[in-house]
Ligand binder design. Structure first.
Ligand code: HEC
Ligand code: HEC
Length: 194
């Protein structure tokens, strides 16, 4: 009788252990980036994507030549540098009246990647080395890692895209702050996944 009880509890223990191992290693538990995460990883509860633009003045002033980039795509230090050199903005003059400039800078800093609770913004921040300041989104290590296998003919040599800066050419819901890879459609190519 005693042996029976012992083996029964042993079997139960084995069952519990295998169940636990099964769940914690379950391949299905990966987030939208395909990054493996275990089921108790609280990051999966964070808001996906980046916060969409919520400032009309910003939308108007910074959305005329390209999409108005959500502030959560770059850290504050990068925005600060950019807003101080608008007279030579990637070869263009994007200067603003001083009052507009300071208002937009304050909007950008309040919503920059490192203060955002959106998951994509946090990945951008984490991918940068301590003290590293990039001058553009497309130079962020996280961005580079996500796009390094896309052939040039789909981007620079594709007249409907032109450059990686045109996020919304491929990411259908970029303006909503969603960059999920399932919502990508490259013009002339369609859905693409490496
Ligand atoms: C006169 C046109 C013009 C205006 C206005 C303008 N930009 Fe740009 N912006 C550009 C060009 C051109 C590039 C470079 C695009 C490329 O390399 O293909 C660029 C690039 C950028 C990038 C880098 C994108 C990347 O490749 O990572 C950011 C961020 C950016 N702009 C933010 C802003 C902000 C913020 C404002 C408003 C203060 C603004 N832009 C206003 C023309 C403009
Ligand atoms: C030429 C089309 C194209 C452009 C332009 C582009 N992307 Fe992408 N992006 C892709 C593709 C394709 C993937 C999926 C890559 C893969 O499957 O590995 C992707 C993946 C991503 C991811 C990761 C998505 C995920 O679910 O893991 C993010 C974030 C992202 N892009 C942001 C941006 C931002 C921000 C810009 C603009 C500065 C941009 N992309 C411009 C095509 C593009």
């Amino acid at each position: 009788m005693k042996t029976f009880t012992v083996s029964l509890s042993l079997i139960t223990l084995l069952l519990i252990t295998t169940t636990a191992v099964f769940f914690s290693s379950d391949q299905a538990w990966s987030d939208e980036d395909g990054d493996r995460s275990v089921f108790w990883d609280l990051s999966s509860l964070k808001r996906p994507g980046v916060a969409p633009v919520s400032n009309d003045l910003y939308q108007q002033e910074c959305g005329s030549c390209h999409m108005a980039y959500p502030p959560g795509l770059l850290p504050g230090a990068s925005w600060r540098n950019m807003m101080e050199t608008l007279d030579n903005h990637f070869g263009e003059n994007a200067e603003l009246a001083e009052s507009t400039r300071t208002e937009l800078l304050s909007y950008l800093l309040k919503n920059a990647a490192e203060v955002s609770d959106y998951r994509r913004s946090q990945k951008i921040t984490r991918s940068l080395a301590e003290g590293e300041i990039v001058d553009r989104i497309t130079s962020v290590p996280y961005f580079i890692r996500k796009h390094d296998e896309i052939p040039r003919r789909f981007v620079v040599d594709n007249p409907k895209v032109g450059s990686f800066s045109q996020c919304n050419a491929c990411h259908q819901n970029a303006a909503k702050g969603s960059f999920n890879e399932d919502e990508v459609s490259i013009p002339g190519v369609g859905y693409w996944h490496d």
